[in-house]
Design a protein around this ligand. Sequence first.
Ligand code: 3PG
Ligand code: CO
Length: 524
Amino acid sequence: MSKRPVVLVVMDGIGISDNEFGNAVKAAYKPTLDELWGTCPHTEIKAHGLAVGLPTDGDMGNSEVGHNALGCGQIYSQGAKLVNENIETGEIFNTDTWKDLVANCKDGKMHFLGLLSDGNVHSHINHLKALIKRAKEDGVKEVRIHALLDGRDVPETSALTYVDDIEAYMADLNDDNFHACIASGGGRMTITMDRYEANWAMVEQGWHVHVLGEGREFASAREAIETYRNETGVVDQDLPGFVIAKDGKPVGTIEDGDSVILFNFRGDRAQEISLAFDNENFDKFDRVRVPNVMYAGMLQYDADLCIPKNFLTQPPKIKYTLTEELCKHNIREYAISETQKYGHVTYFWNGNRSEKVNPALEDYVEIQSDVVPFEQRPWMKAAEITDVLCAAIESGNYDFLRTNYPNGDMVGHTGNFEATVIGVEAVDLQLARVKKAVDAVNGILIVTADHGNADEMYEKKKKEDAPIKAKTSHTLNKVPFIIYGADVELKQDENLGLSNVAATVADLLEVAPNEHWNESIIKK
Ligand code: 3PG
Ligand code: CO
């Protein structure tokens, strides 16, 4: 085994684009990244579409598929693709889970909760449509939608496009024997879709509007969105929760005998609300009333913890991960990030498993994230992560260390260009400290990213004189891959992507790559 520790830094959301316009990465003062790029072996690698197991090359990258590919060295068909296939073949409706969900609510309602957009990161509206249609065909009489508004994986004020689309779709299906409508909703960063236990209060608010029907009442989702926009000026992801009511009564509280399907396929932001429905010993907040429902997820979000118990699509069975392989060689691993991305370098990295392969060899550290709008604190916890990471590097206790700096992504998602520039600069400042710690132990540093975001902060203009619109979502761009401190030559190949990184790490640690992995980026 190499005596030289390897440190891998994921600069979340920092992609490469030649465009100056709205490029917060280019605009940032980042002497360390520029120096590394200018003086070290480097290349650009793919982080979106087919290269990370998404249905098409039109699909932007995201942290789940990105970290999965980084951590397992292979390309697996991911949730977005698996659900498409499961629906296209009709397999999903032949499962016992679907049949039980239908049977369970024959005298009640079928509720669909999830992110209402075509972002294809957490969910897709087409999946929802297919489920509603089939529910009707299978004899379900009452369907309720609990719509989380996106504006983070799709344009920032696009919620009405999806609301109108699903309302029209349901209107076509509705008849004397079948009735589907929206029952509640709210912005995805305000209610329900918290992750990694950063802010349980969001989930509690979601529970109140979706389950209990408690919240500000409106006659329609459109009215709620328009009213909140006028009153608050906030974008879709931050809109407050709402309840749809008729004659002063919520139209779709969740009651005993109902079925509930979370139609999101991605796991990080689906776990907490799943636990609230599915865990008998739940104690994160007072649920007030716990309806006796059958609950299922579109996927199983964590196979180790069985969250949720019922699910409609088998998640990819990710095998031969880098961690599994390194554990076989007694390599001591260390992973650290702040709450918002902690699960990215642990759970996503290890193929959506939250358990360690060998606890004696793996140490994982979480730095508590602030619960604030990140455009107000674009430096986030980058310095605190680095304090602890540098100590770990210099301790000599670890052979492979990895971290994720969330700034380019989390601040990028706010759509605030100036703040995102500062976020990128904050990462660069810390990169200088990591580099110094790596030097101190004669280590090797890898710098890369999981997907782009900060590299495109404005929507592409459709017309030259159109106003500039903030872009909150990820990009299709490639990401940097740099190796500092090793005398190696890197391949320059159009087709290299995140799944080529695991074998590269193994090379640097002088461990034979697993035969199932995609090739190393290092020329031999
Ligand atoms: C989110 O969940 O914040 C976005 O939908 C995707 O961002 P991530 O893939 O970078 O986590
Ligand atoms: Co992101």
